[in-house]
Every structure is written in structure tokens, then in C-alpha cells.
Design a binder for this molecule. Structure first.
Ligand code: GLY
Length: 373
């Protein structure tokens, strides 16, 4: 690749840094979730799944620019998250998103022992959600359902939390955590990934016998549709499962989902919120799905043979370049998010064409990965 073709990556990194230097003065150690009229709203429930993304984004930038205020905010957020860690009862399957990007990241960068402990406590919680009869990690707690129904729910998003278990096994030299991660991944292979590479969002099991009961549509258009963020969780999560285990079946699955995802991208390479929702003129995009999938594709391109690399790297670049060119809020001071065009929950008509903190996080991760390619 000629250098001039990569100049936009450095420009994107510069644009991100400039914007986040400004927004960090407003956001500080609060927890942004999604924007309303361009302004980030914050969650004060520190147990919500989104809390790790803002400090995680700051760590990604700090890792390269060593800008101390970013580190200070990330550390302050991590300290606040202790309230959720030790309150415990609200914790859920998404503790990987929360503590991998904060405590585990900080521990890897600085060796901080308090952060290591937080990561291990979160991993122990995640491991404790494993249902040995059905071989799945239980999603959520009640989640608006009665307790009995919620005991059997499992969702594709959990694939992204499994690296917390692999890390705990490596750290402790104890394979129990990775046994659980692999058992859950095998259930995902069997019950979530469809023949064509599209993905179910939610599957309900009988928590006592482990039998599969039904597929639920969750955030997708229908039980047989293809929610794009769910596909991106599967793609990226399976690529990471292969990275940690080197088991071929996970690599094959990551490729299958990747091939499906790539085949469904519209002209500007940024996915619609559901690949099988009716293609009306106003069908929303989901830039967060694009950003997360691009990270997964870049991960995958580093795991396959040299001949196959371009199959995944090229579409990843195309997605990220389009996000940067067409959805970036670089010169818009009235928009706090980095990317517009995110969809939070289309079936619930909540958060359409907005910025999502996880979209911003994965965009920064994607640019940071591209800088290293
Ligand atoms: N993990 C929840 C979502 O993707 O919206």
C-alpha cells in the first residue's frame, strides 16, 4: 500500500484527538451513552454495559499520545465503577465490555495490581453466569421479564465478553475460565450462527434441562432477520475466540460471518441496522456495527494466511474510510460524538441516527489498528 493511500488514517487520528481533547473537558469522568440533539447523555447507573467505552476510548488514545488528562479521567471512571463491581447484584453478561477496556487495559499498560484484581473479580462474575446444563452464559438479570424466563436467555453480544475469561485463565494459569468461554462459544456455533453466516440475537434455553426453547428477535427486525450489530459481535468475538484458542472451528465461523457481513454492505460500505429489514428510503444505518465489524475484520486479517489477508483487510479499510469521510463529526462543534449514524434500538424506536459511545470506541480502535497494520 502506497503511503499516500494511508494519509487519511493519520488525519483521522488527529481529528479524533482534537475532538476528544475538547469533549473530555465537558464529559470528564461521567459515563456517556448516546447523544440527544448532538449532546451526550450520561448514565449514572454505573453497572450499565456502556460504562467501559469512554474510559476505554481514552486509554486507546493515551497509549499513543501519553496525554495525562486522558489517563486521569480513565482512572477516575474506573474508580467510580467499583460501586457497580461491589454492589454486585446488578452485574450481568457484559462485564467484559466494562472491565476489559478499563481495568485489564490499565493493568496491561501499567501493571496496576488493584486493576488486575478488579478484572479478576469481573471474570469470576462472568464465569459464575455459566449454565452447565445448557452450556451458555446467562444474559442480563430480569431484563423486564419474570425471573424464571430470564434464567434461560443467552445473547450473541456475550461473544465480545469472552476475552475476559481467556485473560483470567492466562493470568491465573488456570484453564477453568477458558473452558467456560469455549463451551459458550460452542453453543453459539450450534444455536446462533446460521448456515448463511447470519446470526440470531437471542436464544432461550430451559435453564434446568438445557434444552433449546426458541429463538427471539431481540434488537433485530425479526427472528429470521440479520441485526447488523449482532453480526459484528459474532464476527469480532469469533475472531478473538480463535486468537486465544487456535481452534479452527472458531476461525471458520469468523470467516463465514465476515463473508456474510461483507456481502451485505451497501454502496457506501456502512451497514444498515438490520441487513434484512425492509429497504425503505429511510432505513437507518448503524455506524457502530460498521466500526465493530471493521475491528473484527482487521483482527481476522491478522489471523488468516497471507493469501487471504486482503479479503478481510480491504473491506475493513473501506468501512472505516467511509465512516471517517461520511459519518464523522469532525467540524461539527454541536455534535459531541465522533460518529453520527448510530442506531441504538430500532424496534423500540430509541436512538436512531445518533452517536453511540461504543460506535465511537470501536472507530478509535479501528483507526488505532490501521495505524499499526
Ligand atoms: N449489547 C447491546 C447492544 O448491542 O445494543
Amino acid at each position: 500500500m502506497e503511503n499516500y493511500e494511508n494519509q487519511w488514517i493519520d488525519l483521522a487520528w488527529e481529528s479524533i484527538n482534537q475532538k476528544v481533547k475538547k469533549t473530555s473537558l465537558i464529559i470528564g469522568s461521567q459515563f456517556p451513552s448516546m447523544t440527544e440533539s448532538g449532546i451526550y447523555t450520561y448514565t449514572t447507573d454505573y453497572w450499565r454495559w456502556v460504562t467501559g467505552f469512554w474510559p476505554g476510548l481514552l486509554w486507546l488514545l493515551y497509549e499513543e499520545n501519553k496525554y495525562e488528562p486522558f489517563k486521569d479521567i480513565a482512572v477516575a471512571c474506573e474508580d467510580k465503577m467499583d460501586e457497580a463491581l461491589y454492589e454486585y447484584t446488578n452485574l450481568h453478561h457484559d462485564v467484559g465490555f466494562m472491565w476489559l477496556l478499563t481495568s485489564v487495559k490499565r493493568y496491561k499498560l501499567s501493571g496496576n495490581m488493584e486493576s488486575k484484581k478488579r478484572g479478576l473479580i469481573a471474570a469470576s462474575h462472568l464465569a459464575s453466569r455459566f449454565n452447565i446444563k445448557g452450556n451458555y452464559l446467562r444474559a442480563w438479570n430480569k431484563n423486564g421479564l419474570n425471573e424464571a424466563n430470564s434464567l434461560g436467555l443467552s445473547i450473541i453480544d456475550s461473544m465480545m465478553n469472552l476475552p475476559l475469561l481467556y485473560w483470567a485463565s492466562e493470568e491465573l494459569g488456570d484453564p477453568r475460565f477458558s473452558h467456560i468461554a469455549k463451551a459458550h462459544s460452542d453453543t453459539v456455533l450450534k444455536e446462533f450462527i446460521r448456515e448463511d453466516g447470519s446470526v440470531n440475537h437471542m436464544v432461550e434455553f430451559d435453564p434446568y434441562t438445557g434444552e433449546k426453547i426458541k429463538v427471539l428477535s431481540g434488537q433485530g427486525y425479526s427472528t429470521t432477520s440479520a441485526w447488523s450489530r449482532g453480526a459484528s459481535w459474532a464476527l469480532h468475538g469469533m475472531a478473538l475466540a480463535y486468537k486465544y484458542t487456535k481452534e479452527q472451528k472458531y476461525l471458520d465461523c469468523a470467516k463465514k460471518v465476515a463473508n456474510f457481513f461483507i456481502s451485505q454492505l451497501p454502496e457506501d460500505n456502512v451497514p444498515h441496522w438490520d441487513f434484512r429489514a425492509p429497504r425503505t428510503e429511510t432505513i437507518p444505518r448503524d455506524t457502530s456495527a460498521g466500526a465493530c465489524a471493521a475491528c473484527g475484520l482487521l483482527e481476522l486479517s491478522g489471523l488468516v494466511s497471507e493469501e487471504e489477508k486482503h479479503i478481510y483487510e480491504k473491506p475493513a479499510r473501506d468501512i472505516v474510510k467511509s465512516l471517517y469521510d461520511n459519518y464523522g463529526n469532525w467540524s461539527k462543534d454541536d455534535e459531541e460524538g465522533l460518529l453520527s449514524g448510530g442506531t441504538f434500538n430500532c424496534p423500540a424506536n430509541l436512538g436512531i441516527d445518533i452517536s453511540l459511545i461504543y460506535g465511537d470506541y470501536y472507530f478509535v480502535e479501528a483507526i488505532s489498528r490501521l495505524k499499526k497494520v
